[in-house]
Design a protein around this ligand. Structure first.
Ligand SMILES: NC(=O)C1=CN([C@@H]2O[C@H](COP(=O)(O)OP(=O)(O)OC[C@H]3O[C@@H](n4cnc5c(N)ncnc54)[C@H](O)[C@@H]3O)[C@@H](O)[C@H]2O)C=CC1
Ligand SMILES: CC(=O)C(C)=O
Length: 261
């Protein structure tokens, strides 16, 4: 663990997968971390692991799709940890949705979590950053390689992740005067419960097993290995730290070389 840097980071979806790795990495970097998740048990467990390792973290329950819940959780984190410097809008839903199967209910649910959730988070963080004066703050949003190039059978998910890149660019312009940077990370095929669910459905739909589903996504990775959550956390560490102070409105692709621009 690095020495505490006196800054507070709030990570949504911090209870598992990529969000867990980000929470642990930012704690290693010296941040006090609010591990925020719909599932308070996993959030508390991740926070406990960080505290046991010598860092400082709290678990907080949040439903990112609910604006009041997001504001309440961010307010609680700022009060308990003594400030607010970085928001990682990481929570997301990734259903497999062949185009004709998408229902209005599914559309509402996925857009409320993946898109509205990011907007509520930006608003709640902005309210706190105003108290920081010229110090500003950093907002980091999760998009995906599927938000850079449309992926088969992921119309709903890909659409939300394209929207996240648009919101990132606009918020970067809107908040720049207050020294608030807004960037995004676009993971590739990461070994998490979300990706294993997608691989399972793709394999099952093709009459194949889960490994075939995963390899279907993995075949275009230039570096020829699937991503660990820690690969993504390393890029978020850069975006949360001072070395990225002159970068805003950008999406960093952390996909082992799937999409090139
Ligand atoms: N796993 C992958 O291969 C990729 C993931 N991503 C993105 O990275 C982010 C994290 O993904 P994973 O770790 O794979 O997902 P995951 O499904 O393994 O974990 C997501 C976490 O978010 C939490 N969550 C879900 N709905 C929530 C809500 N309404 N409010 C608060 N928390 C909620 C869940 O409880 C869970 O702990 C997502 O935005 C995802 O779209 C992007 C590209 C690839
Ligand atoms: C889940 C995801 O973001 C993919 C397949 O890129």
């Amino acid at each position: 663990m690095a020495e505490e840097n006196g800054k507070v980071a709030f990570v949504t979806g911090g209870g598992q997968g990529i969000g867990k790795a980000i929470s642990e990495r930012l704690a290693d970097d010296g941040f006090m971390v609010a591990v925020a998740d719909l599932n308070i048990d996993t959030a508390d467990e991740v926070a406990k692991g960080i505290n046991d390792a010598g860092g400082k973290a709290i678990g907080i329950q949040v439903d990112v799709s609910d604006r009041d819940s997001f504001f309440k959780a961010v307010g609680e984190a700022a009060e308990t940890l003594g400030g607010f410097d970085v928001l990682v809008n990481n929570a997301g839903l990734g259903p497999t949705t062949p185009i004709d199967t998408i229902t209005p209910e599914q559309f509402d649910k996925v857009y409320h979590v993946n898109v509205a959730g990011d907007i509520w988070g930006i608003q709640a963080a902005h309210e706190q950053f105003k108290k920081n004066g010229p110090k500003g703050g950093k907002i980091i949003n999760a998009t995906s390689q599927a938000g850079v190039v449309g992926n088969a059978n992921l119309a709903l998910y890909s659409g939300t992740k394209f929207a996240v890149r648009g919101i990132t660019q606009v918020a970067a312009r809107d908040l720049a005067e207050e020294n608030i940077t807004v960037n995004a990370y676009a993971p590739g095929i990461v070994k998490t419960p979300m990706m294993f669910d997608i691989a399972h459905q793709v394999g099952q739909n093709a009459g194949k097993d889960d490994d075939w589903g995963m390899q279907t996504f993995a075949k275009d990775i230039a570096l020829k290995r699937l991503s660990e959550p820690e690969d993504v956390a390393a890029a978020v560490s850069f975006l949360a730290g001072p070395d990225s102070d002159y970068i805003t409105g950008q999406t960093i692709e952390v996909d082992g070389g799937m999409q090139f621009h």
